[in-house]
Design a protein around this ligand. Structure first.
Ligand code: GTP
Ligand code: MN
Ligand code: MN
Ligand code: MN
Ligand code: MN
Ligand code: MN
Length: 194
């Protein structure tokens, strides 16, 4: 395990730690941008109330709910739809960069494209947090356009906690972007940042 990483069991054994669970929902898609650039996958993130990009989810109280149960509650609040997330969807747990007393648990769940569209519709209409804690859902552009836009521009925005590395790691782990192309994108987004 990488530094800062801990197992789900170790994380739950931490006395006095707060816990947050977030999930990356994604699907395959055959859609093409401008009828020629394959989009390949839809990944959902959100624009948060604080102007930062992050994943749906939130604080969970393990004394009252399971990690996955609490995540389900947060998803209902933020997305307006019940999405069962299970222990098998858990990817990693680590200490939040901003506080050693906060442990962030990350999940990844693959869905059908139509289910993703349903989440987007509910998040913009029935979700109780819409327009308040959540300003809107956004899709992550995974391609690179001719002018060098796309994923590298997206990655140069500001993210909450370690959401940016959660995104990059998950894209690699689930093979959603060619690793060589991702490497180029990362170099490019660092240049944009500087
Ligand atoms: P409240 O209902 O206002 O308490 O918010 P919430 O329960 O939805 O909590 P939130 O989603 O803001 O997550 C709680 C904490 O986890 C944040 O303050 C961040 O430190 C961290 N966090 C939020 N989103 C992400 C994310 O996408 N990835 C990671 N790693 N951490 C996040
Ligand atoms: Mn147009
Ligand atoms: Mn919330
Ligand atoms: Mn939240
Ligand atoms: Mn909450
Ligand atoms: Mn809330």
């Amino acid at each position: 395990m990488a530094s800062g990483q801990l197992s789900r069991a170790e994380a739950l054994a931490c006395a006095g730690c707060r816990h947050a669970c977030h999930v990356m929902l994604y699907s395959d898609t055959k859609t093409q941008l401008f009828g020629k650039i394959p989009i390949k996958h839809i990944i959902l993130m959100q624009m948060r109330f604080d102007g930062l990009l992050g994943f749906p989810g939130g604080l969970v109280n393990p004394a009252e709910e399971t990690l996955e149960g609490g995540l389900g509650r947060e998803l209902l609040e933020e997305l307006g739809v019940a999405i069962p997330v299970s222990i098998e969807d858990h990817v990693d747990s680590c200490y939040a960069p901003e506080s050693s007393r906060l442990i962030t648990h990350f999940y990844v769940k693959k869905m059908e494209e139509e289910q993703i569209r349903e989440v987007e519709r509910a998040a913009a209409s029935t979700a109780t947090d819409h327009g308040q804690e959540v300003l809107g859902m956004v899709r992550v552009p995974l391609y690179v356009t001719k002018g060098g836009g796309g994923l590298s521009s997206f990655l140069s925005h500001s993210f909450i906690g370690n959401a940016r590395s959660q995104l990059v790691d998950a894209v690699l782990r689930f093979n959603l972007v060619d690793p060589e192309e991702l490497h180029k994108v990362l170099v490019c987004s660092l240049k944009t940042h500087a």
